[in-house]
Ligand binder design. Structure first.
Ligand SMILES: Nc1ncnc2c1ncn2[C@@H]1O[C@H](COP(=O)(O)OP(=O)(O)OP(=O)(O)O)[C@@H](O)[C@H]1O
Length: 507
C-alpha cells in the first residue's frame, strides 16, 4: 500500500530561454496523502505544477498517474485522468451563481438540470461549502469562493487536487477549516499536492514534503520530525539570519493624514469607505488588518488617486493632495507596492529596465530633463537586482519571464528607490519565500528607521504583527478597532477582522 503512487514525476526537465526552470525533478506522491512541495521563489514549483496539469509540456521526463505513463497536451487531458488544479487567483465569474460557476464548461457531465444540481450539492457538502447554490458569486467571501473552486475541480472528476498557495488569502480560522476539509477528503481517498511558503502550515497539514531548490529536487522531509527552520534551510541551502529585535522609531510628524474619507459606489446601499480617519507618522508602520473585500483595496486606491473619494481629505506632509492625480501623488513622495503586481505594478511584456521607469518616468535616475535616460534606468535596475536578490538571467528579459516572487522583489526594490516619504505596501511579500520575505522586511524596517512612514495592508497576520507599530482593523468599510502588535495574537486579530467575539469570550 505504501507504494501506491497517485503521481510520479520522473526526471522532469523544462527549459525556458536562458533558464532551466526544472532540472531532473523527481516527485512521488502516494495515493490518499497530502504532499507539500516547498521551495524558494523561482525554485520551479509553478512550472512543475503546470506540467502536471498539462499547461506546459516537459522537455524531458515522464509523468505517471496511478502508475500509468501519461502525456498531457492541455488541462482537459489532465482532468480526464483525475488531476485538477485550484489556482491562487480564482477563475470565477462574479455575476454568475455558485451553481453556474461550477457547471459552466462541463455541461457534458451531468447536464444542467436536477442531476447537475444534485451532484454539486453533494460535493458542496463534502467540502464544507454552505452557500446557497443560486446566489451570485459576488456575495461570497474569499473562503467560500475558494471552496467553489475546489468543488469545480471535483465536479470534473479530480481525485488528485493541486492547491497552489491556498492559504495566502485566508484568516487563521479559515485556514483551520480548510485543513479540516482537506484531512477529511484525504481520509476519503483524495490526494492533495499543496504548494505553500508558510512552513508552519506545511508542517501542520502535510504527510510528506518534497523540497526543490534552483529547479531540482533536494530531498524529501518528514513533517513530524523536521522543524520550520530546518525546512527553510533545506529550501535556501544555507542558514537563515535570526530576526532582529526592534525599537520604536515613531515620531510626532504626521506624514499621511486622512480625514473623513468616504467612497460610495453607484447602486450600492452601503458606503465602500465610511468616514475613515487615520494618521501615519514618520518612522511608523501602520498596519491595516481586514478580510479581503472590506474596503482595504479601495482605501489604498483612493489614497493613490486611482479612485475619487466622495468626501473627506487626504494630505501628505501637511499638503492637501485630495485633488491631485496619481502621478502627481507619486511625485509628491508616495511609493506604492500594488496589491496586484501584474495589473498595477508591472508591464509584463516589457524588459525589467523599462519596468524600473514605471511611475518614475519624470525623475532621475531614469530620466534627465525631459528625456528618458535608458542607460540610467539600466544601471539602477541592475542595482535593484543585486540588492534585492532578484533571480533573473538579466535585466533585458521581459518581466513575464520572472517567477512571481522575483517580480515582487523587483517592485519592492523600485518603490523603495524613489526616496519616498510614504510607502503604501499592499501585501508586500505575497508569494515570496521566507528568505526573500526576511530581506523585504529588513529593507522596509531600515527605511522606516530612516523616517519613512508606511501604510501596510496584509493578509499575512504574522507580517502585520511583526512589522507594524500600530494595527487598525477594517470591517465593512470602517476602521473598527485599534490593536497593539506587541500583545495581540493572530487569533484575536482574526476575530476582530470577522467581527466575531474572541474564542475566550464565547466560552
Ligand atoms: N514563461 C516563462 N518564460 C521564461 N522563464 C520562465 C517562464 N516561467 C518561469 N520561468 C523561469 O523559471 C524559473 C522557475 O519559475 P517558477 O515560476 O516555476 O518558480 P516558483 O518556484 O513557482 O516561484 P514562486 O514561488 O516565486 O512563484 C524562474 O527562474 C522563472 O524565471
Amino acid at each position: 500500500m505504501a507504494d501506491d503512487l497517485a503521481v510520479e514525476l520522473v526526471g522532469i526537465t523544462k527549459r525556458f530561454p536562458g533558464v532551466v526552470a526544472n532540472s531532473d525533478i523527481h516527485l512521488r506522491v502516494r495515493t490518499s496523502e497530502v504532499h507539500a512541495v516547498c521551495g524558494e521563489n523561482g525554485a520551479g514549483k509553478s512550472t512543475l505544477m503546470k506540467i502536471l496539469y498539462g499547461m506546459l509540456q516537459p522537455d524531458e521526463g515522464t509523468i505517471k498517474v496511478n502508475g500509468e505513463p501519461v502525456r498531457f497536451k492541455n488541462p482537459s487531458d489532465a482532468i480526464k485522468v483525475g488531476v485538477g488544479m485550484v489556482h491562487q487567483h480564482f477563475m470565477l465569474a462574479d455575476n454568475l451563481s455558485v451553481l453556474e460557476n461550477i457547471v459552466l464548461g462541463a455541461e457534458g457531465l451531468y447536464g444542467i438540470g436536477a442531476k447537475a444540481r444534485k451532484k454539486v450539492a453533494e460535493l458542496a457538502k463534502r467540502t464544507g461549502l454552505n452557500a446557497d447554490l443560486d446566489v451570485a458569486l459576488e456575495y461570497l467571501g474569499v473562503a467560500d469562493r475558494q471552496r467553489v473552486e475546489i468543488v469545480k475541480v471535483l465536479y470534473r472528476g479530480a481525485k488528485i487536487v493541486i492547491l497552489d498557495e491556498p492559504t495566502a488569502v485566508l484568516v487563521p480560522q479559515e485556514v483551520d477549516d480548510l485543513f479540516e476539509t482537506v484531512r477529511q477528503m484525504r481520509d476519503d481517498g483524495f490526494t492533495f499536492i499543496f504548494i505553500s511558503h508558510k512552513l508552519d502550515e506545511v508542517r501542520a497539514i502535510a504527510d510528506s514534503i518534497t523540497v526543490i531548490r534552483r529547479g531540482t529536487t533536494v530531498g524529501t522531509a518528514d513533517p513530524k520530525t523536521t522543524s520550520s527552520r530546518q525546512l527553510a534551510e533545506m529550501m535556501v541551502g544555507s542558514e537563515l539570519p535570526s530576526p532582529e529585535t526592534r525599537e520604536s522609531t515613531v515620531t510626532d510628524t504626521a506624514v499621511l493624514s486622512v480625514s473623513g474619507l468616504r467612497l460610495s459606489e453607484p447602486g450600492s446601499a452601503r458606503a465602500v469607505l465610511d468616514d475613515i480617519d487615520l494618521v501615519v507618522h514618520s518612522g511608523e508602520v501602520l498596519g491595516i488588518a481586514g478580510v479581503e473585500g472590506n474596503g482595504q483595496t479601495e482605501l489604498v486606491e483612493t489614497i493613490m488617486g486611482m479612485r475619487k473619494g466622495t468626501g473627506g481629505t487626504i494630505s501628505l506632509g501637511g499638503k492637501d493632495i485630495t485633488k491631485l492625480g496619481t502621478l502627481a501623488r507619486r511625485e509628491a513622495g508616495i511609493g506604492y507596492i500594488a496589491e496586484d503586481r501584474t495589473r498595477h505594478g508591472l508591464l509584463l511584456t516589457q524588459p525589467l529596465w523599462a519596468n524600473r521607469m514605471l511611475g518614475y518616468q519624470t525623475r532621475e535616475p531614469v530620466s534627465k530633463g525631459q528625456w528618458l535616460d535608458i542607460a540610467g534606468a539600466k544601471k539602477d535596475t541592475q542595482r535593484i537586482v543585486d540588492e534585492y536578490d532578484v533571480r533573473t538571467p538579466g535585466i533585458d528579459v521581459a518581466a513575464a519571464a520572472l517567477s512571481g516572487g522575483n517580480q515582487q522583489k523587483l517592485v519592492v526594490g523600485r518603490e523603495l528607490s524613489g526616496d519616498p516619504k510614504l510607502l503604501i505596501a499592499s501585501h508586500p511579500t505575497r508569494g515570496v519565500d521566507v528568505g526573500a520575505q526576511a530581506l523585504i522586511w529588513e529593507h522596509i524596517r531600515q527605511a522606516r528607521s530612516a523616517g519613512l512612514a508606511v501604510l501596510l495592508i496584509s493578509a499575512d497576520l504574522d507580517e502585520l504583527i511583526g512589522l507594524s507599530d500600530r494595527i487598525v482593523v477594517m470591517l465593512r468599510g470602517r476602521l473598527v478597532s485599534e490593536e497593539d502588535p506587541s500583545t495581540v495574537t493572530a487569533e484575536d486579530l482574526g476575530c476582530a477582522m470577522t467581527g466575531s467575539a474572541p474564542r475566550e469570550a464565547t466560552k
